[in-house]
Ligand binder design. Structure first.
Ligand code: 5CA
Length: 442
């Protein structure tokens, strides 16, 4: 991609409405634009990063056997009346009438709709277990939307739903998802701590929030800091290994403030291991048994002719929130630092360009074509801005590698720099190999 063609409306100043770093940087880098309170358009750079995050979330869901489908954003009020949540959800739910006066709503979550889909198609215990998910926009008319994409009204969420025959099987699905979540956040370069949490309007009595540590987070957390040392790489996706991993996490105290009890914390965690800080909730998983299947009459036939309500759980990841959360967890001064897995481009070529001298442009173009041929996602800054202005811009956007064609580059050696790292002189071949190796590691 040539920078001159990229739609990227950069801002020079910090917008006054943005209180936290991720919000400021996302606006400055032209990633999002507010269209009304708590509702954003995703501009090409922000959208590209969000799509990469979405893809990692999807791959990890598929790995544990979850199947993707797509439910609509607009739902009928009827099924929400069946579950009893139409009234309970209160003002957070955006209610709409269609031209026939039928009551509809913009889905804040999908427990009812997926249960309705399931009950109309699955009749026998033989079809269980099932894990279904979709990645779709949600709407919650939040009382205080704030911090940009962190707490907004319209947001992009991956929500999965498990269907099992009994509690024991359902807990296996829960643990599978627990495992997939740890892997997902790791792939995104984040350390997420699963914390026992309140279940709120979703319900049930077993729930974990996945929290990444960040001072600007909205969740207060109390934990044994040794939980951060658990290495998920020592675990495979077998049932037994996943169970052991879950047990490891359960041995350490880790709760959000709704579950916090001072005496318990003091008793269970030595002073030197106590971690009291703030974090961002990037995922939340719930087990609620037959809370929805019972009122919605979602039952399957058993072997002996009896019927049983399916046992369900639901599992959310805030895909759009993750864009902001990654920035919060990783930024350095005013530089966004993307893990390679979600960086908007693999590398940027930054030549010093003058009107009356085409030599750097031609060199840069040659490098660009070689990298593109090797399927490296490269941005070419073909503008005539001064080098120092270009550096500022790319520091802000946070592309992991830079190839600089300035006074120090020769015909076959160029300045190559990892963001925040040292500049080294490298040949085209060396640069290509470094970038290809990086990609293979991801
Ligand atoms: N049905 C369940 C799980 S599928 C559910 O809705 N859970 S949730 O309410 O906890 O939301 C799941 C995730 O969506 C949260 O962990 C958070 O990362 C994200 N999220 C929730 N509300 C917002 C919001 N207002 N803005 C941005 N992201 C949000």
């Amino acid at each position: 991609m040539y920078l001159s063609k990229l739609f990227i409306p950069l801002l020079k100043e910090n917008p006054s409405e943005a209180k936290i770093k991720s919000h400021q940087l996302m606006l400055r880098a032209g990633m999002i634009k507010q269209s009304s309170t708590g509702i954003y358009s995703w501009l090409p750079l922000g959208f590209k990063i969000m799509k990469k995050i979405e893809q990692i979330v999807r791959e990890e869901q598929n790995k544990i056997g979850a199947q993707e489908l797509l439910m609509p954003t607009i739902q009928s009020a009827k099924i929400w009346r069946e579950s009893g949540r139409y009234d309970d959800y209160g003002e957070e739910m955006l209610r709409i009438k269609d031209r026939q006066g039928k009551e509809m709503l913009y889905g804040p979550t999908n427990e009812e709709l997926i249960t309705e889909i399931f009950r109309s198609s699955i009749k026998s215990y033989k079809s269980l277990p099932q894990l279904l998910y979709h990645i779709q926009w949600k709407f919650r008319d939040e009382l205080r939307p704030r911090f940009g994409v962190m707490r907004c009204k319209e947001f992009f969420m991956k929500d999965a739903y498990s269907f099992d025959l009994n509690d024991e099987e359902a807990k296996k699905s829960y643990n599978k998802m627990f495992f997939a979540y740890l892997n997902t956040f790791k792939k995104l370069g984040l350390t997420a701590i699963p914390m026992e949490a309140d279940t709120g309007p979703i319900g049930g009595d077993l729930s974990h929030e996945f929290i990444i540590l960040a001072e600007t987070g909205e969740s207060k957390i109390y934990s044994d800091k040794r939980i951060l040392q658990i290495d998920i790489n020592n675990h495979t996706d077998t049932e037994d290994s996943i169970k052991k991993l879950r047990e490891k996490y359960d041995t350490y105290y880790a709760v959000t403030d709704e579950k916090y009890k001072n005496e318990e914390f003091e008793k269970k965690v030595n002073k030197e291991n106590q971690l009291v800080t703030k974090g961002i909730e990037v995922g939340h998983i719930f087990y609620f048994g037959d809370k929805y299947s019972k009122p919605l009459k979602c039952a399957v036939d058993l072997n002996d002719g009896k019927k049983v309500y399916v046992k369900m759980g639901s599992y959310g990841i805030g895909v759009s929130r993750l864009v902001g959360a990654i920035i919060e967890a990783k930024y350095n001064n005013n530089i966004m630092r993307w893990p390679d897995s979600v960086a908007p481009f693999d590398v940027v070529i930054i030549p010093s360009l003058q009107k009356n001298d085409r030599s750097n442009y031609l060199k840069a173009e040659k490098i660009y074509n070689t990298l593109v041929k090797n399927k490296i996602d490269v941005l070419f800054d073909d503008t005539e801005e001064h080098l120092s202005a270009k550096f500022k811009k790319f520091d802000l956007i946070g592309i992991p590698f830079q190839i600089i064609l300035g006074s120090k580059s020769t015909d076959d050696k160029f300045e190559f720099k990892e963001i925040n790292g040292k500049t080294e002189s490298k040949s085209m071949e060396e640069i290509k190999n470094i970038l290809l190796n990086k990609r293979n590691l991801n």
